[in-house]
Design a protein around this ligand. Structure first.
Ligand code: NAD
Length: 390
């Protein structure tokens, strides 16, 4: 059947970075978009590396574009990673887009604003999913939470794999094995998922967060909250705020004993828009038993551990320090499924609010919109562009 020319088309390209295995939209969400009045055009084999075949998209009513050029017909392009969210190729996605096309993707616009300026120059309309307000009605669109869930889960598997110990307590004919002791630093979405995954594997799990509200959440997933007697560092919107070096020094000193007694430490501490705080110094690693493992989920933001090298695994006096990057891409099937459900909810929301016209009275539209009509329309990004390069 020929496409209905009155409908808007959503294009789903292959991701540009060779390391990216996810796809922004999976076959199961095609029908809900069609119901909302959106056609779906998928670049051939876009979902292959996440386990989704062209035939499955066709079955659900999508069309297949033989190459990237055919996607020029789509009014909206959905990507997993574009601009600063793809640090290897931050300008690559922009170069494939045409004037007035709408891009919806993770863009990490506050880390590197230059690719955002390039999108504005091309007169692309861009929505950055990181800027979605964390309000109840936007929960179904919250890509950051979905990807943090996947990363928290996978971090525990990496730790279990790198550790010379098994996680559960075992009573066997060959003696009793004690359970692994895991310490999770930062109990946001990724940290809470790491706690529950480590618990499922049978570890004893301790956890700490600078937000007092995290205490109950740690307990609710089976962790033991540790109290270091430090003041709350809760900031706006339920996020942590940046503290001074004195606070982090006191936190390091308070955590040293728990770190030394842990077989595995998983760090997830982040402060929005800032470099991750250094919470585990190289001196603290010297107190850990050889064979201990650190998985630093903050590696992308510079790392919570002084010894972390983003993207690498290093051995520091017998302690293995992992600094994995883009972990959700390593669980591409389910990460894509979650991403797709979120982005579909976002698209349906835009459609209800008049897409292709953009209703900037709506908080979700307003907060996520970063380029339009040749301008960067987000003031934080504009400030960053105006700031001298350090
Ligand atoms: P994040 O990725 O920004 O940070 C991860 C965690 O690190 C946070 O819990 C933070 O408090 C913690 N942290 C920062 N500095 C620390 C330090 N020095 N020591 C220890 N921990 C430190 O956070 P996130 O996972 O995106 O979640 C942030 C908050 O938003 C949480 O309260 C979460 O429950 C909430 N949230 C709300 C919604 C919603 O309402 N829609 C959705 C997702 C998350």
């Amino acid at each position: 059947m020929p496409p209905d020319s009155s409908l808007l088309t959503v294009g789903v390209p292959k991701e540009t970075s060779g390391h990216e295995r996810r796809v922004a939209l999976v076959p199961a969400d095609v029908r809900s978009l069609k119901k909302a009045g959106l056609e779906v055009l998928v670049e051939s084999n876009a979902g292959l590396r996440a386990g989704f075949l062209d035939a499955q998209y066709l079955q659900q009513g999508a069309r297949i574009a033989l190459d990237r050029a055919e996607l020029a017909a789509a009014e909206v392009i959905v990507h997993v990673r574009a601009a600063g969210a793809d640090p290897q190729e931050p300008f690559a996605v922009g170069e494939t887009l045409r004037e007035n096309q709408i891009l919806i993707a993770l863009c990490d616009p506050l880390s590197d604003p230059r690719p955002i300026a390039a999108l504005a120059e091309r007169r692309v309309t861009t929505f950055a999913l990181e800027l979605l307000p964390r309000i109840t009605r936007a929960q179904s669109m919250d890509v950051l939470s979905s990807m943090a869930t996947v990363a928290g889960y996978k971090a525990v598997l990496l730790a279990a794999d790198a550790s010379p110990r098994m996680f559960p307590m075992m009573m066997t004919a060959a003696g009793t094995l004690t359970p692994a002791r895991v310490f999770v630093v930062g109990a946001g979405v990724a940290g809470l998922q790491a706690i529950s995954t480590a618990r499922r594997l049978g570890a004893i799990v301790y956890a700490y967060d600078v937000r007092p509200a995290a205490r109950e959440q740690i307990q609710s997933v089976g962790g033991k909250p540790v109290d270091f007697g430090l003041e709350s560092a809760e900031g706006q919107g339920g996020y942590a705020r940046a503290m001074d070096q004195d606070f982090y020094k006191r936190q390091q000193a308070a955590m040293a004993k728990v770190v030394a007694e842990s077989d595995v430490v998983i760090t997830t501490a982040a402060v929005p828009g800032k470099r991750a705080p250094v919470l585990i110094t190289t001196d603290m690693l010297a107190g850990m038993a050889p064979g201990s493992v650190i998985v630093d989920l903050a590696a992308e933001r510079g790392g919570n551990c002084e010894a972390t090298r983003p993207g690498e695994t290093v051995d520091v006096g017998g302690v293995t320090v992992l600094g994995p990057l883009n972990l959700p891409a390593t669980v591409a099937h389910h990460a894509s499924q979650m991403f797709s459900r979120n982005i579909s909810a976002f698209l349906v929301h835009l459609k209800k609010h008049g897409l292709p016209t953009l209703d900037t009275q709506d908080e979700i539209v307003r907060d996520t919109l970063i380029t339009r009509d040749g301008q960067v329309v987000n003031s934080q990004i504009r400030d960053r562009l105006a700031a001298p390069v350090s």
